[in-house]
Design a protein around this ligand. Sequence first.
Ligand code: F6P
Length: 487
Amino acid sequence: MDEGTGVVIASNRGPVSFVKGPDGFSTTRGAGGLAGALDPVARQLGHDAVWISATTSDDDRDALHAGLCDGLERELGYAVYMLDIDKETYKKYYDTVSNRMLWFANHCLWDELGIDGFGEEEIAAWDAAYEQVNRRFAAAVSEVASPGGLVLFQDYHLYTAPGHLRSIRPDQVIFHFTHSSFCSVEGLDRLPKPLPKRVIEGMLGADLLGFHVAQWVHGFLDCAERIGARVDRARGRVDHGDRTTWVREYPIQVDAGFLRQRSRQVHATEWANRFLDRTRKGPLLVRADRSEPSKNIVRGFEAFGMLLDRRPDIAKDARFVACVYPSRQSMPEYQRYTRSIKEAVASVVARHPGSIELFMEDDFDRTLGALRVYDVLLVNPIMDGMNLVAKEGPIVNERDGLLVLSTGAGSFEEMGDASIQIEDPLDVTATAAALERALDMEADERSKRAEALRRSAQAREPAWWIDTQLADLEAIAAGDEPLTPPC
Ligand code: F6P
């Protein structure tokens, strides 16, 4: 590893994953908004940036052993170091702790999934795997980061890494960004003791903590107060032990130019035409999500079914295209949820044949094609850090499409005003009513709302998200408060 890198990014998934095929290895872009937001920054910094990530699959591990990571710098313009995490440890760190404990805590999904406690296995996984991986990240970062450089930890997989790095490098400027929601005491306190305290103290190893929106900032501040830290809400400042941590919101943005251009290319256009063809007579509803309990996909289909049951005029021609791609399928909770989605669709289709087309493989162009031509886009998460689809849809849509959006989405902060709102995402009747309102809306009002949605979705440049964080970190390094005001 080089000495003294200016910016070190550390995340579970790196900018690319390896896939082994009959002709050798190829790379695919890391899933989710994280890679898309940080890759341009790393590219711009070039040799001054290093991205440290974990091997997330057998293919990653094999590629790393074959020395293929070294070639990534040529491909990406910056260095990528993958930490070789063995399969057993990775499963405990990723499935058991990150996704079963922390993800469910961050989204308050305990009651939704009927989880009422954890046992020895989970507590053992915390010490043996989660902490071990977080320490390894901290050690790897400390090897490459220059003393005056910035360290950007990403997401809930790495909640304790800031604290571990702080103990090795007391003067390092450390940032941590949570890409998911942060539910509050209600979510975190259901973890076995002492994990809630360990999570918060680990995060407080950072100088600056970032969340997508104010709601998650406040969730975190509640939890910090609960462990006895001194919280100054007016200044977005937490003092614990002899350290200060600033807490700010940085809503992630989307790249409107890229999305528009890609959505007009041949593959997406073919899909758009195909969907239009199918719905020539009636309205098209669309959703695009990972198969994920917090996205509340099942209730979305139940609401659509409920609406079709009582409105034969809509039922006659309305179509629902759902792009739902499976993720985290090594976990029983996700396997069950994927089954429930298929059952919910089957139940509606049995009553209204042909009304839903469900796609369950990830295909970006197909999703873009569907987003171009929807009349109504449904985004109804129980809780969601941001939900980029709520911004991407209005940017590429060409039919004055409306957005039906639940208050649980972080994007509600920026997109809520022009959307048709679902106050309680658990309320299927209210969701059906919101869909009905959207489908019945007059053309004038649709067009006004679509215009307002487009404006909000691209109100800020994509680089705003990271530039603001970097400016705040520089202010902190100079001994000042972050420039971004508290929320
Ligand atoms: O914070 C949420 C996140 O990690 C995002 O980066 C991404 O959208 C999603 O979850 C993907 O999850 P996973 O890496 O577990 O597939």
